[in-house]
Design a protein around this ligand. Structure first.
Ligand SMILES: [Zn+2]
Ligand SMILES: [Zn+2]
Length: 395
């Protein structure tokens, strides 16, 4: 009996997986229009229903001086409320959002919306079906024109991430935001139908780490554009030590377009930064003459020597370098910085994974190449065997 109950409750969690995703979260929205795109929506405000949004119609939502939300249908004022809901009456309907204050380009999203008020502006939450969300995220993060197996890998990583972070922005009334802070979600899936094929083909699959914690937990599925031929230790980037995020040599990405880069920085700025911030020993007989000369054939964490305490990640941030995997030398009045790869280098290397998919590797092989030691399992099975996680991830 208990077995049956658990099975039913787990199945319900999976099939009714609707996420709360904050959209337009980088803006303090004061006024926004929702206009008809596809399907059918009903308008609710607090306890009232105001009918459907018909083709060529829009609702105009703004903040009044009395700290309420004003709802207009076209130019007709319907009243002032605490909460507005736009609820689809046909599955996978979609609606267009155009922020008027501040002005933001139109975006389209599927499924339902909830609009409430915070001290800064309107909080716009997309209550979206898991698959529709993942398809939008994979397209926003990875773009079009890639192999199906690559999209499957990206779908698994994005699914694992969102399930691990269902309460990340709980204070604001949603789980994940639409920025790179969580996962970029700039629109519903628009141009690449095979992304939805990849999402459905990997339905429910997630990456689990059962080494760090014997009960198993959803893995940290980090990714970056190009590792430059060697991935980074997570410990060197974020001070978190996880065995599946250790450095290794990646030969799949080294001949791609973002594999190498060069940047010139004035010697004055380079030296000022090192001396003022880290007290770089300019007059030391060993390190002084080396201030502009650095060779990094394999990834390390510090400039010149750990003893000097200059993390490469700080140089990357200060001089907006594409990665920390660089060497440099002086030329004229500049330091010439020659680097490999783009991004933090932890976890999956997107260009390497794309190349593997082109060579015919499966999504399982690619996932476990970049995240060695993890397990690829159905989230349903994982929840069933690990009830602790259910309570943690419920929002
Ligand atoms: Zn976020
Ligand atoms: Zn790589």
């Amino acid at each position: 009996m208990l077995f049956l109950f658990i099975l039913i409750s787990v199945t319900q969690i999976i099939s009714a997986q609707q996420l709360r995703v904050g959209v337009l979260t980088e803006y303090d929205i004061q006024r926004i229009l929702f206009s008809y795109n596809e399907g059918s929506y009903l308008i609710y405000a607090d306890t009232f229903e105001f009918g459907a949004i018909l083709p060529n119609e829009f609702v105009d939502i703004s903040i009044t001086s009395g700290d309420k939300i004003q709802l207009k249908k076209g130019v007709e004022i319907l009243g002032e409320f605490e909460k507005i809901n736009l609820v689809e009456t046909i599955p996978s309907s979609s609606i267009a959002l155009t922020s008027k204050s501040p002005v933001v380009k139109e975006r389209k999203y599927q499924d339902d919306f909830e609009i409430t008020l915070s001290a800064k502006g309107l909080i716009i939450v997309n209550l979206v079906d898991m698959n529709n969300y993942l398809a939008g995220v994979v397209e926003s993060e990875g773009g079009g024109g890639k192999e199906l197996e690559y999209y499957k890998v990206q779908a698994i990583m994005c699914r694992t991430y969102v399930l691990k972070n269902l309460s990340r922005h709980k204070d604001l009334g949603y789980g994940v935001c639409d920025r790179v802070h969580c996962q970029a979600y700039h629109s519903m899936l628009k141009y690449t139908p095979k992304i939805m094929d990849a999402v459905k083909a990997t339905e429910s699959l997630v990456l689990i780490d059962d080494k760090t914690n014997s009960k198993g937990e959803l893995a940290g599925t980090y990714f970056h554009a190009n590792c430059g031929g060697q991935t980074s230790n997570a410990a060197d980037v974020w001070n978190t030590n996880l065995p599946y995020l250790n450095t290794f040599k990646d030969t799949f990405c080294i001949y791609t377009k973002q594999a190498t880069w060069e940047k010139r920085i004035s010697q004055q700025k380079w030296a000022d930064f090192l001396v003022s911030r880290y007290n770089y020993p300019l007059y030391d007989s060993v390190f002084g003459p080396m201030i502009f000369t650095f060779n990094q054939p394999e990834r390390i964490a510090f400039y010149q020597s750990p003893a000097l305490g200059v993390p490469l990640r700080d140089l990357r941030t200060e001089f907006q370098l594409k990665s920390t995997f660089f060497s440099c030398y002086p030329e004229g009045l500049d330091v010439v910085v020659r680097g490999k790869g783009v991004g933090h280098g932890v976890g999956l290397c997107q260009e390497g994974a794309m190349k593997m998919a082109k060579y015919g590797f499966s999504f399982q092989q690619i996932s476990l190449y970049y995240f060695p030691g993890l397990k690829l399992v159905s989230y349903k099975d994982f929840l069933f065997f690990n009830q602790k996680i259910v309570s943690e991830t419920e929002f």
